[in-house]
Design a protein around this ligand. Structure first.
Ligand SMILES: NC(=O)c1ccc[n+]([C@@H]2O[C@H](COP(=O)([O-])OP(=O)(O)OC[C@H]3O[C@@H](n4cnc5c(N)ncnc54)[C@H](OP(=O)(O)O)[C@@H]3O)[C@@H](O)[C@H]2O)c1
Length: 299
């Protein structure tokens, strides 16, 4: 396949590049740091400006994962603008470019997040479920998805991947949690009863590849393991994996005070099953949390 990727220098993107290039695919990464792409992305080619690609370029697929990190800074007005522009406006530019190609790609797989559902409490969710309590994150995901769906105007198959917290050895949530957990300072968040979907990085990569290589299938797919856990269970599983106790709890009010609306990322609940992803035929390598954590901590 010949693939154009945004967000290729990120946690998921780098792993995807490694996977695809090892299998002989050609990957081009549209990036703000295009000169660094070959080194960061296993030899993929960096593209600084889509306009540099002619209208006759042919790609089998476009994968859109760019976006400023959602949990790195409080959602001030300036930060919201950065989060919005790096997803919604960037996707608009990407799709505008796709629409003017002589031969648009067969598929666009565009990122989104389980935050699309906002806080859905105890309700059992699958890809067809309605959203919960709206917040900035869910509004952002909805607008991001709407931009991607415009590619259907050119007959492109659009897949929207609502992604859970990605567990990886070299970045993301786990890298932040491991230092305190290794000191025995692991803590559940709020009541710990909120459902917390997650996915192993290898499943994330293999699932993207599987969905793109499947000839049909469009619309929303959940990228999360089929066994969601509550935050309290996640806390105990990670503590077990590093052989330390986790006896602490951070009160919800303290998280809201410290993080403002962004606290929804930690306190919001999505009891999500990847029903459509499983129906499409994807088989998870790491369906349960203890096995996923053990494998990642061995790496
Ligand atoms: N990791 C997770 O747990 C998780 C969970 C749910 C959803 N997601 C979504 O999946 C996508 C990929 O996740 P990831 O963890 O791989 O992301 P990441 O490591 O934070 O990387 C995302 C990429 O987005 C680009 N980017 C960052 N800030 C930008 C800005 N201000 N303007 C334009 N581009 C910017 C960067 O590419 P360049 O520097 O090359 O331009 C960066 O490599 C993200 O959109 C994220 O929201 C991730």
């Amino acid at each position: 396949m010949r693939i154009l990727l945004t967000g290729g220098t990120g946690l998921i993107g780098r792993a995807l590049c490694r996977f695809w290039i090892a299998r002989g695919h050609e990957v081009l990464v549209w990036s703000r740091q295009s000169a660094r792409v070959p080194a960061l992305c296993s030899g993929a080619q960096g593209i600084a400006d889509l306009a540099a690609l002619g209208k006759a370029e042919v790609f089998d697929a476009v994968v859109n994962l760019a976006g400023a990190p959602i949990a790195d800074a409080r959602w001030t007005a300036a930060r919201r603008e950065t989060l919005w522009n790096s997803r919604v406006l960037l996707t608009r530019r990407l799709v505008d470019w796709m629409l003017q190609l002589q031969r648009p790609p067969a598929a666009l797989l565009s990122g989104s997040a389980v935050g699309w559902w906002g806080d859905a409490g105890e309700r059992e969710l699958d890809e067809t479920s309605a959203a919960g309590v709206p917040d900035f994150g869910s509004t952002l995901c909805a607008a991001w998805e709407a931009e991607a769906l415009r590619a259907r105007e050119a007959g492109v198959r659009v897949l929207l991947l609502r992604t859970a917290a990605v567990l990886a050895a070299d970045g993301g949530m786990l890298q932040r949690l491991l230092p305190p957990f290794r000191l025995g300072l692991g803590a559940r968040l709020g009541s710990g009863q909120q459902w917390m979907p997650w996915i192993h990085i290898d499943d994330m990569v293999a699932c993207i590849d599987f969905l793109l290589q499947s000839a049909d299938g469009a619309g929303v797919f959940a990228a999360c393991a089929p066994q969601p856990v509550r935050n309290a269970e996640f806390t105990q599983a990670l503590a077990r994996a590093v052989h330390r106790p986790a006896l602490l709890a951070v009160p919800a009010w303290a998280l809201r005070l410290a993080l403002g609306e962004m606290a929804v990322l930690l306190l919001g609940s999505q009891r999500l099953q990847p029903v459509r992803t499983l129906q499409a035929g994807y088989r998870y390598r790491y369906p349960e949390l203890d096995g996923a954590l053990a494998q990642l901590l061995r790496r």
